[in-house]
Design a protein around this ligand. Sequence first.
Ligand SMILES: [Fe+2]
Ligand SMILES: [Fe+2]
Length: 182
Amino acid sequence: MQVKELFSTLTSCHKEVLKKLQNLGKIANVIAKRGGKDLPEQKKNLEEFFHFAETSLFLHTRDEEQGLFPILGPKLCTHACGAGSMTPVEVMMQNHKDVHGAIFAIKTLLKLTEKEKDFSQPISKEITRLMNFITATMRDHIWKEDNVLYQLAEESLSEDEKEAVLRKMNSFRKESNIVCTH
Ligand SMILES: [Fe+2]
Ligand SMILES: [Fe+2]
């Protein structure tokens, strides 16, 4: 990967995430309408999303949290740092935590109900709420990164800093067998 591909690599991963979110939205609608009916089929679809979240999405999050954000963060906190408010990078990191927390909560609910043939109404309602939360949070998050954060990064990072981010991203790919599916 080269410096000129840095932001296009990150945004193309977003496109892949948006496709997966579309599927997640469809699964949430089915569960909301049919409760626990077709449960094995819905669980299979959810497993595919979890697999993506634990591989490509995990790698993308690491690119940002350990590659881009440590260099970009200090450049964006001219007036927010130390005043008690969250910086743009901190808001993005909080979104990552919230989304991965919601995925963990859904997996826990599925585990608790793995012997059940159907979801009870409160369980299907909670799973649907968590899925819709993930979809809404990630869509908003991706829009902000694509249209604000990455553009600020492109303008404010020097070529050497972009090289440093890239070196990290390349090393993550070398040390892990997880690859982005885009
Ligand atoms: Fe992000
Ligand atoms: Fe991102």
